[in-house]
Ligand binder design. Sequence first.
Ligand SMILES: NC(=O)C1=CN([C@@H]2O[C@H](COP(=O)(O)OP(=O)(O)OC[C@H]3O[C@@H](n4cnc5c(N)ncnc54)[C@H](OP(=O)(O)O)[C@@H]3O)[C@@H](O)[C@H]2O)[C@@H](O)CC1
Ligand SMILES: Nc1ncnc2c1ncn2[C@@H]1O[C@H](COP(=O)(O)OP(=O)(O)O)[C@@H](O)[C@H]1O
Ligand SMILES: [K+]
Length: 519
Amino acid sequence: MLLSFDPDDVRAAERPLLAAGVPLMDRAAFALAVHAGHVLRAVRGRVGGAHVVLLVGAGNNGGDALHAGARLARRGARVTALLAAPQVHAGGLAALTAAHGRTLRVGADGPDGDAPAGDGRAADASGGGRGGAVADLLASADVVLDGLLGIGARGGGVRGAGGELVDALARVRAAGGGPVVVAVDVPSGIGVADGTAAGAVVRADLTVTFGAAKPGLLLPPAAEAAGAVETVDIGLTLPARPAVARLETGDAADLWPVPGGSAQKYSRGVLGVVAGSGAYPGAAVLSVSGALGAGVGMVRYVGGAGPQVLAAHPEVVVGEGRVQAWVLGSGVAPDDETQRDRVRAALAHAVDHGEPAVADAGALDLLPERVPAHVVLTPHAGELATLLRARGDDVARADVEAAPLAHARRAHDLTGATVLLKGAVTVVVGPHGAVYAQGDAPAWLATAGAGDVLGGVLGAVLAGRSADAVADPTLPAALAALAALVHGRAAHAANPGGPVAASAVAAAVPGVVRALVGA
Ligand SMILES: NC(=O)C1=CN([C@@H]2O[C@H](COP(=O)(O)OP(=O)(O)OC[C@H]3O[C@@H](n4cnc5c(N)ncnc54)[C@H](OP(=O)(O)O)[C@@H]3O)[C@@H](O)[C@H]2O)[C@@H](O)CC1
Ligand SMILES: Nc1ncnc2c1ncn2[C@@H]1O[C@H](COP(=O)(O)OP(=O)(O)O)[C@@H](O)[C@H]1O
Ligand SMILES: [K+]
């Protein structure tokens, strides 16, 4: 499991080590220089003679970049530091200067008359004139180390001279080619704790993060700016509970309901599916496909799409009966009152009798005021905005997309449900601070019906672990993250690197599960 921690927890973990004189910045800068060296060898064959540009802000994040730059300069790299603040980390600056690195003060914060650092040159990053010199420098770099802002960032993008550097770097990259960008600790400008990415934000190819990952490296939309993430152990002891977790391959076997030798279909879990309608019978078929692919003991289908479901899956039992979990609402049209009544009844049963339930699409507006955490909502951003508006919040889809964690958390707080918010990175929020962010899927998965398959996979897992999911209110969040992981990997497996239809994703689920839980 990949665990991330809020800046406050990281600072608290650093404090005793710093007080004891442990050289944390040296450790961080050493690891950063090693990773930058790997990148330089990959793009130029060697560190000696390579051109490295440092973007340096006012804090310790800039100090990391300067110290790493000094190490690279000692190995023969040509290193230029662009100083975006009047005062930068003194020890780092001294180290770079001693290693014969060049420094250049940029932007309005460093007027021409200001006592400049290093070789005494000043430049304006905003474009034209000396701004052109900054652009040329960035364009000619092999690697840029982004040390503008780390965990001291207050969010909303990088402001001031650093923001101009971020924009200049973006222009260089948009023109094609450009340097490999390595973010120091986090891409500068992201919301480190909440994953927002408004304003001037560095787009990195690689982020070298210290002590532990930070939530913004896992959460959308900021996760996209981080590129690959390398975590460096600098000796911090962090709390037991992370801010945001991501399930990885090794976690699936512990969570998946693998049948024991004495299993029979009822003990493995029966899933009730109330999905599909005259307008959308395919949603019922896809939902059932996901559940069967995930290996549920049995599916009972309830609704008008019985003939289509049976034609695709003769193993399904059509009609009501006892179940251990539900999938509700996929493809249930707003004007199909008969099917909506069935969804209402199933939701009430799930709440009253302790049966886990997935509430998707057409079930979201039928949710009671409060539900237990074993009810899992699976909205996309538009549906989450609608749900929040129905409960009095003034929220548009774009607001949810800009801050998915905050809005998923709000929906959890308002309803009590576990909330799985679909997207390029799927965010899950449950009770007691359980938060997951899964980025397992290729963009090809953004295709009609894919969400119905996800609901079926999740329903199967909840049916298989029904009693556990009711007894431990944080488990539905872990199982929802697990379903997202399997679903995303199934999209890869169905056609690596290429397009997938939702039915092909469902067909790939059994193989993915075998690979994850097989002996
Ligand atoms: N502690 C240690 O020994 C270790 C720390 N380590 C490293 O230190 C990093 C944390 O360093 P840090 O605390 O100095 O904060 P950092 O992110 O560099 O910047 C703060 C400055 O930025 C400014 N600022 C804020 N928001 C802004 C914005 N939007 N736009 C523009 N400016 C903004 C802010 O201004 P202020 O808010 O005070 O006005 C302040 O001047 C950490 O990520 C890791 O890399 C490692 O070496 C391991 C050991
Ligand atoms: N850019 C993307 N990259 C990867 N996966 C995505 C992306 N956009 C959406 N998805 C995933 O695709 C699925 C789409 O589901 P949904 O929006 O409910 O579609 P439908 O209602 O047609 O089934 C979700 O699992 C979502 O997480
Ligand atoms: K940074």
